[in-house]
Design a binder for this molecule. Structure first.
Ligand SMILES: Cc1cc2nc3c(=O)[nH]c(=O)nc-3n(C[C@H](O)[C@H](O)[C@H](O)COP(=O)(O)OP(=O)(O)OC[C@H]3O[C@@H](n4cnc5c(N)ncnc54)[C@H](O)[C@@H]3O)c2cc1C
Length: 390
């Protein structure tokens, strides 16, 4: 990953250093540990390394003995971009730990936070974010997993699917229905330990290399203290978490796109066809110039959305949706074109681009598919102008 350049002029020296050092750490230290893990399974040594090198500490900072939930969204983006550039598995492990834990951080009682955060921040406990169900993906208002009041807590019954880190995670933020017929306003968030009685699950094999699974809740008892926030306030907990993380999904995509571009530039310099290097074919060089330009545009949008979040500008929904949409779509194109300009060698199992091709697809679907992002952008675009107070 290149150092200071005109393309990074909007970043401070510290921010550039965060990006560059994270990419270097990913490439030299994290990638070998990721490679030693099994695909589709949680890699616990990798998570421990993320803690030991201070990255989980940036996700879960402490101040005067308390855990803070006001992490810089831009720092989060720079870390995710750097990790994705050097080691996608480390990126995903890092991001999922944040996604699974933010509902607890923002809405959990102090006792539950203190019981779990030290282990999560140390990379000893693995977290998961359990929202999606077989009949409710994009349409969160259709969630059906039921939480019935029961003595000093609740009983959860139903199913979650496509949950990253499931069924291996040690703890899940689970979104369940507490009021029937109330759509998104009838959901409540809970913290559910992975070893709870009645909770079972299985891995799902996916094109995407990271661990994903299904969870079945059979009358799972959850104590009242494990409720995260208000009854029927779960949608807000989920959306506040996703608002925080959405630009950084774009950063993940940008890190992958940049890795693909750099690999292709190197390859096009050395690979000779018809007596000249590939870079001397304008079909190659201009296509890569277009892609590099669009990736940089998307990157600036990602950084702008994150900066708006950090400055307390609200809502950031439209900016975050634009950032995620553009970054994930252009990253897919960058990886695809890079494969094209490598030829067959890029499709060989184990090649960086073969790996990125499998990684780059899912972010266009999760945390709001591209079509949902367009819906969000269109709604803001066509919203009637706000009336100013006299
Ligand atoms: C690798 C991976 C990891 C995941 N990890 C998690 C996780 O950790 N936790 C979790 O809760 N979920 C997770 N998911 C699930 C993910 O959030 C859902 O797949 C996503 O929300 C889409 O839901 P769905 O797959 O049910 O598709 P559906 O909601 O059935 O939609 C299918 C397609 O229909 C189109 N569509 C849907 N609604 C609209 C609309 N309003 N307008 C226009 N087009 C529309 C879109 O193209 C969409 O992709 C993960 C998914 C993947 C692939």
């Amino acid at each position: 990953m290149s150092g200071a350049s005109a393309l990074d002029a909007h970043l401070s020296d510290e921010q550039r250093e965060l990006l560059a050092s994270t990419a270097e750490l990913a490439r030299t230290t994290l990638a070998p540990v990721a490679a030693a893990g099994a695909e589709g399974a949680v890699n616990r040594p990798l998570l421990k390394l993320l803690a030991e090198h201070g990255l989980l500490g940036r996700l879960f900072p402490r101040e005067n003995g308390s855990w803070r939930s006001d992490v810089s969204a831009l720092d989060l983006c720079l870390i995710r971009e750097g990790l994705a550039y050097g080691c996608t598995e480390a990126e995903t492990a890092f991001a999922l730990q944040g996604l699974g834990t933010f509902p607890l951080l923002q809405a959990g009682g102090p006792e539950v936070v203190d019981a779990w955060l030290p282990r999560i921040a140390a990379g000893e406990a693995v977290a998961g974010f359990a929202l999606s169900e077989p009949q409710a993906g994009s349409d969160v208002a259709a969630l059906a997993l039921a939480a019935e009041p029961d003595g000093d807590g609740y009983r959860l019954t139903g199913e979650k699917t496509w949950i990253s880190n499931a069924p291996e995670a040690d703890v899940y933020a689970v979104f369940a229905r507490t009021s029937a017929g109330s759509g998104a306003r009838g959901l409540t968030a809970f913290l559910v330990p992975g070893d709870s009685e009645g909770l079972s699950g299985e891995h799902i094999e996916l094109l995407s290399p990271h661990p994903v699974g299904r969870l079945v809740f059979d009358n799972v008892h959850v104590p009242r203290e494990h409720r995260l926030g208000e009854v029927d306030g779960g949608f807000r907990v989920a959306m506040r978490t996703l608002d925080m993380f959405r630009p950084s999904v774009g950063a993940f995509a940008i890190g992958m796109a940049q890795a693909a571009i750099d690999a292709t530039v190197a390859y096009a310099n050395e690979r000779v066809a018809f007596g000249k290097p590939l870079k001397d074919f304008q079909a190659v060089s201009h296509r890569m110039a277009d892609i590099a330009t669009r990736v940089q545009g998307a990157r600036l949008l990602v950084h702008a959305a994150a900066t708006a979040y950090d400055r307390g500008i609200r809502p950031t929904t439209q900016a975050a949706a634009m950032a995620k949409l553009m970054a994930t779509e252009v990253a897919q194109e960058a990886v695809d074109a890079s494969i094209q300009f490598h030829g067959a060698v890029a499709l060989q199992r184990g090649h960086l681009l073969e790996h990125l091709y499998r990684e780059v697809r899912a972010p266009r679907i999760y945390e709001g598919a591209s079509e949902i992002q367009r819906e969000i952008i269109a709604r803001a675009l066509f919203a009637p102008p706000r009336k100013e107070h006299a």
